[in-house]
Write a protein that binds this ligand. Structure first.
Ligand SMILES: *[C@@H]1O[C@H](CO)[C@@H](O)[C@H](O)[C@H]1NC(C)=O
Ligand SMILES: *[C@@H]1O[C@H](CO)[C@@H](O)[C@H](O)[C@H]1NC(C)=O
Ligand SMILES: *[C@@H]1O[C@H](CO)[C@@H](O)[C@H](O)[C@H]1NC(C)=O
Length: 920
């Protein structure tokens, strides 16, 4: 222990610093991005003040298998641990959590997405649907992020394939909510990769960029297809469950940096994917193993084929995935599995050529999404500046060569990290949505894949009966056209209405018939209220007294299509144009035809959605100092009354919005997750408590057993004490296997009980060991501080500061403290080593701190200014004094190691820690 004196910083300042830090942490909603792959999960965070970084898992790996397992105890396993567990208990491990999102239970006939969700049932634990399982994976991702950041994480943005439909996207956000996260949005993987490409500075403008033209174009915000400075690239992703291609255009600002990423098209193909290819390899491995076993005595004993042995298949699947990944780089892979079944090993060489042959039908689909994306975008392959592959399976050479051949290109542009680009791009997206991060300005316009239209009920004024007795067909308005729609986007429509009405939002069927959406789907039904009420109110206000014409009520609705592809009504407003008549005095020029435009056009309300209170009068401006003449004039003027209307989403049972989880369902799912989490935490706590107790018993026992004459522990204890404490430890060890030890709280209590008994002797031993150094350090420390005080005191005397008494008091305190120490040392000498010590090192520390505080106060005393006539003083001395008085804190810091106030605090901290340990 080192005792440090002098200039402790006022603790209140420290305290307030700590508080500010705590507040900042609470206020900043730290965010993470999760690339929710079919096979792997990758996580990135935005570190406040630092930037984006990928988050490794507990094993320091940069991706984690998207796998959840449940042990028979109900403990959850994630990632590699779950994959390994699958070899033991394949039916307790879920590999396809993401696939379950938006999937119907097999026995449910209701069409997707309105069916009962598919679930997996884990014996003894429960039944989980895709939302539950994805929520578990997101919670795992949050644990990793919190671990990496050291800060809580509130917000998440999730990367999904562009093929995800509205229901699956909503389910991802539901899962985030179940995990207690705020869903900032979902981002298409290919779009995120394109963002990363832009951030990495790979999208330099090509072509003949005229000086300044790019700048002007960027500013005018016009997107022309023939922008010479634009850089168009194709992003091609193959993951576990499909291939996806995206054409994106990059617009460059005058600085040369990309200012906008504009997605032109998305296309995908579900037939090509890593999982399907793994199955081909699994089949090869299973066949090889069956071949190996056929005819052996083991086979006669258990004549089941590999495919009938779930554990064997689980292990083969793991090997197949690994082999496929390796075959992208190497042409061969030796698969060797020890005692796969009945103690028989499997050894087989897989080759890339064989895999390519087996996968040929699937591989032929590889160019499809790329060609379709180009055709949707209207971009010929030659115009592509780059073809950028990413995603695990896109590494496969055969896939790349097939795509390149189809596009007539020589090579791919492997300019982004295929594994991490999407999650990093998503993290950027998330950070740019958050107000707490300052990010580079980059406009991202993704593509919305479906046309959206709205059907609006026609007016049916109450009381009026149509002669035909039939309702008129609703009015159909296209909001967003798939051929041109981007996200984010908004659109305002307006029409006249006198009564409340309903409208239905639809995702339209794909017009070309080639796309993946053959059916029109109801997205939401919305009720717009208060229309009639507003009109009534206007009537009652009597505004119509002066009304020249009948008011024309119009309703304007603004629809927002957000970055995640969800649609809502942003504002709903009614505007009533009222034409009123006003009288005013007009100056008329004597003999001109200047009254030309005094008669206002009564048709001013043609487009209510853009009107502000229009005043169509013109002033007679020519003010020639001529004879003036005025007259009263009656003029019509339009006043616009605007009122917000109410918007209510009706839970139409067949709408996509209704397929999202309700508040109650969310709460129930949260409960399911919380229960598992609590159980996992309890398990971890119990295991910690058990380890702590066992560790304490073992180490204390060996210390007591090995104590010899001369050892501190030996000297401060009697033979009898030692053997009785050893007996306590033995007994505690036996207790660990008792029923009582099942409870975590009992384990904690036991450790406390044992360490209290044993701790007395151990503390005495520690005191005995550390006492001489502590005494010596206090003595030399007091001496040193007194010497420093001499220097300061001298200066005060010279300048007559009038603080003599304070210095005298300090000196008295020092004398008293040293006397205390002498007394204590004497008292201790009288005591037997096995007795309670007369004083402890903590007592010394307390005395030292008391003096340090007093010394700090003296050092801070204000010194009167030096006499105006600069006294001729010896130079060296004045330098010394200045050094000390200028700023006691700073000088103390640099004055030497033993004056470091931080170190003094740190030392104190360390002591407190050991103190706590003793107490246990
Ligand atoms: C335009 O040309 C001038 C002179 O040649 C040069 O200094 C400037 O950097 C150019 N600006 C751009 C946007 O290229
Ligand atoms: C992409 O690769 C092609 C072919 O190797 C090359 O000509 C082109 O310049 C590359 N594009 C970029 C942006 O690096
Ligand atoms: C402090 O004192 C040292 C020597 O005692 C001298 O070298 C140094 O310049 C002094 N610093 C100031 C700020 O006076």
């Amino acid at each position: 222990m080192v005792i440090r004196f002098y200039a402790l910083r006022p603790s209140s300042a420290w305290l307030s610093l700590v508080c500010i830090a705590a507040i900042v942490h609470v206020c900043v909603a730290n965010l993470m991005a999760v690339d929710l792959g079919e096979a792997y999960i990758k996580v990135a965070v935005a570190r406040p003040g630092k930037g984006l970084e990928l988050v490794p898992n507990e094993q320091s790996k940069r991706k984690t298998p998207a796998v959840v397992g449940f042990t028979t105890d109900g403990e959850r396993l994630f990632g590699d641990a779950a994959v390994a567990y699958a070899a033991k208990a394949p039916d307790r491990v879920v590999f396809n959590a993401r696939k379950l999102l938006g999937k119907c239970a097999t026995d449910d006939e209701t069409p997707f997405p309105f069916c009962r969700p598919a679930t997996v049932s884990i014996k003894g634990v429960g039944e989980f649907n895709g939302v539950h399982l994805v929520a578990m994976l997101l919670a795992m991702a949050r644990r990793h992020s919190v671990e990496a950041l050291g800060l809580p994480v509130k917000d998440v943005a999730v990367t999904v394939p562009s093929s995800f439909d509205a229901v699956r996207r909503a389910a991802v956000c539901d899962a985030a909510a179940v995990a207690g996260l705020n869903c900032l949005g979902v981002v298409n993987a290919n779009t995120a990769a394109a963002v990363k490409y832009a951030l990495d500075g790979k999208a330099r403008a090509l072509g003949t960029e005229q000086n300044g033209s790019a700048d002007k174009k960027a500013r005018s915000k016009k997107i022309s297809k023939k922008d010479a400075s634009a850089h168009i690239a194709l992003f091609y992703d193959v993951g576990a469950s499909g291939a996806a291609a995206t054409v994106a255009r990059f617009h460059t600002a005058s600085s040369g940096a990309v200012s906008r990423v504009e997605v032109l098209s998305h296309a995908w193909d579900p037939t090509l994917g890593g999982d399907a290819m793994d199955e081909l390899l699994v089949a090869q491995l299973a066949d090889a193993f069956d071949e190996q076993r056929r005819g052996t005595p083991e086979f006669s004993e258990d004549p089941r084929f590999a495919r009938d042995l779930p554990r064997v298949m689980a292990r083969l699947r793991k090997e197949a995935r690994r082999a496929r990944e390796i075959l992208s780089a190497n042409t061969e892979r030796l698969v060797a599995v020890a005692s796969l079944h009945q103690d028989m090993d499997l050894r087989v060489v897989l080759t890339r050529a064989e895999l390519e042959k087996a996968a040929a039908p699937m591989l032929s689909a590889a160019p499809k999404p790329a060609l379709r994306a180009l055709s949707l975008a209207g971009v010929p392959p030659l115009e592509l500046a780059a073809v950028v592959p990413f995603g695990g399976t896109a590494r496969m050479p055969k896939i790349q060569s097939l795509v390149l051949d189809a596009l007539g290109r020589a090579s791919m542009n492997k300019s982004i990290n295929g594994d991490e680009a999407a999650v990093m791009g998503t993290a950027f997206f998330a950070a740019s949505l958050s107000s707490t991060y300052r990010v580079r300005k980059l406009d991202v316009m993704d593509r919305f894949l479906r046309s959206v239209s709205v059907e609006v009920e026609r007016d049916t004024p109450s009381g009026s009966v149509f002669s035909s007795g039939k309702r008129r067909a609703p009015q159909n308005i296209v909001l967003f056209d798939a051929a041109t729609a981007h996200m984010p986007a908004k659109k305002t429509i307006s029409f006249s209405r006198v009564a409340d009405f309903e409208l239905s939002l639809y995702f339209d069927a794909d017009a070309s018939g080639e796309g993946p959406f053959p059916q029109r789907t109801l997205y939401a039904t919305i009720k717009i209220g208060d229309v009639a009420k507003v009109l009534d109110k206007l009537d009652k206000q009597g505004g119509s007294k002066k009304t020249a014409s009948k008011p024309t009520p119009r309703v304007a609705l603004t629809f927002h299509l957000d970055r995640s592809g969800s649609i809502r009504v942003g504002t709903a407003e009614s505007s009533v144009d009222e034409t009123i008549v006003v009288e005013r005095e007009v100056v008329v020029k004597k003999k001109t035809k200047s009254t030309e435009s005094t008669s206002a056009s009564p048709a001013a309300s043609a487009d209510a959605s853009t009107s502000t209170s229009a005043a169509p009068e013109t002033e007679a401006k020519e003010e020639k100092k001529e004879e003036k003449k005025t007259r009263m004039e009656k003029r019509e003027q339009t006043v616009v009354h605007r009122h917000a209307l109410t918007v209510n989403y009706v839970a139409a049972p067949d709408s996509i919005r209704a397929a999202q989880m309700s508040v109650e369902q969310l709460a129930a799912a949260k409960k399911v997750l919380q229960k598992l989490e609590d159980a996992d935490r309890e398990r971890a706590e119990r295991s910690d408590a058990l380890n702590a107790l066992e560790g304490y018993i073992l180490s204390a026992r060996s210390r007591f057993r090995e104590a010899e004459e001369g050892d501190d522990l030996y000297e401060v204890s009697t033979e009898e004490q030692r053997s009785s404490l050893l007996a306590v430890l033995e007994e505690a060890e036996d207790w660990m296997f008792s029923e009582e030890a099942e409870k975590t709280s009992n384990l904690v209590a036991k450790l406390k009980q044992v360490s209290t008994l044993v701790g007395g002797v151990e503390r005495r031993a520690e005191e005995r060991a550390g006492r001489p150094a502590a005494i010596e350090q206090m003595r030399s420390g007091v001496k040193e501080v007194l010497a420093r005080m001499d220097v300061i005191e001298k200066l005060h005397k010279e300048r007559n500061s009038g603080h003599e008494k304070k210095f005298a008091d300090f000196r008295a305190l020092a004398v008293k403290s040293l006397k205390w120490l002498d007394d204590m040392v004497a008292a201790q000498e009288e005591l037997a080593a096995t007795a309670e010590p007369a004083f402890t090192r903590q007592d010394i520390t307390d005395k030292v701190e008391q003096m340090a505080r007093a010394a700090a106060k003296l050092a801070k005393l204000e010194l009167p200014p030096a006499p105006s006539q600069p006294p001729v003083e010896p130079k060296g001395e004045s330098a010394t004094t200045n050094n000390i008085t200028a700023d006691s804190d700073d000088k103390a810091d640099s004055g030497g190691a033993d004056l470091d106030p931080n170190a003094a605090n740190a030392d104190l901290g360390a002591k407190l820690e050991t103190g706590t340990k003793d107490e246990l």
